[in-house]
Design a protein around this ligand. Sequence first.
Ligand code: GLV
Ligand code: GLV
Length: 331
Amino acid sequence: MKLAKPRVFVTRPIPGPGITMLKKKGYRVEIQPKEINISKTALIKAVKQYDAIITLLTNRIDKDVMNSATPQLKVISNYAVGYDNIDIETAKKKSIIIANTPCKEVSEAVAEHTFALILALSRRIVEADAFMRANKYHGWDANLMIGRSLNTLTLGVIGLGNIGKMVVHMAVKGMGMNVLYTDRKRDMTFEKEYGARFCTQEKLLKTANVISLHVPLCPSTRHLINKKTLRLMKHDALLINTARGPVVDETAILHALYAKKLGGYALDVLECEPHIDCNPNDRYEFKELKNVVMTPHIASASATARDAMSTIAAESIIAVFQGKTPIHKVV
Ligand code: GLV
Ligand code: GLV
């Protein structure tokens, strides 16, 4: 008997390379065509119907959704590096394979974006652009918009995963920055190669001029930056978040910024995504502050990185149906 080809559901349009790969294998691919986030009901329907699903980080595959899956569903391939949108424990119990899409291309794209944000803050690029557009420039001025040179600053990297490592690489080799890092474990080889120094989180927060977050979102990293940890930081420190919004307590950051106890905040992710403001009724707003730079969760949005993610998402599905373990299997 010839087995039917796997049916794959994609929750929202993604770049083509992975889709082409699946179709070439004869897999029956259905892409939800609209640029919308499908409902929980639609997700529940999907986990009952398909052999594999490509999800996005905006799809919450919680316990209810996971528990609705029938044994037909073999793999959920998350088109993202982070997988905090998926109930991993329930997936494990139900033997549904979960895979993600980390790769060099994504690490490079996210690290580049991290530097775009660091430079935007340290050299006041967004503020300067607004100044130009408002026709405020009336001639060269030796004191206009003085920023800080990165090679005079210490970068503190929290989380030395693939992305954190790429950020250190660019900081040291490209910008001549001094680097401190924290992680669950020390990497002596990496330290030797880059002259990066391992330290406690407290020391890093107290010492670094630029602090960049590269940890996944999990219970131990939720609100890692909060009222207490902000108090340890230098009053002119720049904080960069290309990880996940809830790794910081945005209210605490807003309070610190308004009180001038923090030098600046650059974010690519929001605590209450996609809302810029978790508390629309208070009087503190990121939008009001010149020393805040915001981008809409686009750190991995280079064509190269997104194509690579698409390929990896498809490769994981193909591996499962060939009886192999996907390279980027989470559980
Ligand atoms: C993006 O945030 C990702 O996790 O890939
Ligand atoms: C994954 O790529 C990470 O940086 O942890």
